[in-house]
Write a protein that binds this ligand. Structure first.
Ligand code: MG
Length: 174
């Protein structure tokens, strides 16, 4: 079986949606698609709020109830039968996220066992056959097949094979 590493935030779980919702809750500002094209959210707010998104991410509970990306459960369940699947998240960046992320996987992806979960710092140690991720920095040292999952911040990247949603992942890998 081929090994497959799958990122969590912006691939399996919609973290950006909740970050935007919390920013709206605190500052009443919504984000238009245009203003976050090719950018991180922090680049679309005033400099004084630059570090705010990190604070949100390290708030206990933030990652616990994120929405699952459309079709992710169904397609991942199928992939799990044909590939050696690993959920790989650089979760250690936000220590308070670790338990939330684990509980989120157990609740939403109940067919995934603890042996298939890799919470790490740098993803440079990951050498599976395939990696699906929305951050091109995670592809830097990766030698396998790279699938860039589309997100507002990576929309102008042209150097990678791209998937726009889980239906496209199904078409490519199943
Ligand atoms: Mg991600």
């Amino acid at each position: 079986m081929l090994t497959l590493a799958i990122d969590m935030d912006e691939v399996l779980a919609d973290a950006a949606k909740k970050l935007k919702a919390w920013y709206y809750r605190d500052y009443g500002k919504t984000f238009e698609d245009e203003e976050v094209k090719g950018k991180d959210l922090k680049e679309a707010v005033i400099p004084e709020h630059f570090s705010l998104f990190r604070k949100y991410c390290n708030t206990p509970g933030f990652f616990r109830d994120l929405e699952v990306m459309p079709d992710a459960q169904e397609v991942l369940k199928e992939l799990n039968k044909q590939y050696e699947v690993y959920i790989v998240s650089a979760a250690v960046e936000f220590p308070n996220s670790l338990k939330d992320k684990y509980d989120w996987i157990m609740e939403n992806l109940s067919f995934i066992t603890w042996r298939q979960i890799c919470f790490c710092g740098s993803k440079s140690i990951v050498q599976t056959d395939i990696m699906i991720d929305d951050r091109v920095r995670n592809f830097k040292d990766f030698k396998g097949r790279k699938l860039l999952y589309s997100a507002h911040h990576n929309i102008f990247e042209t150097n990678y094979e791209r998937v726009n949603n889980w239906k496209e992942i199904r078409q490519l890998l199943l």
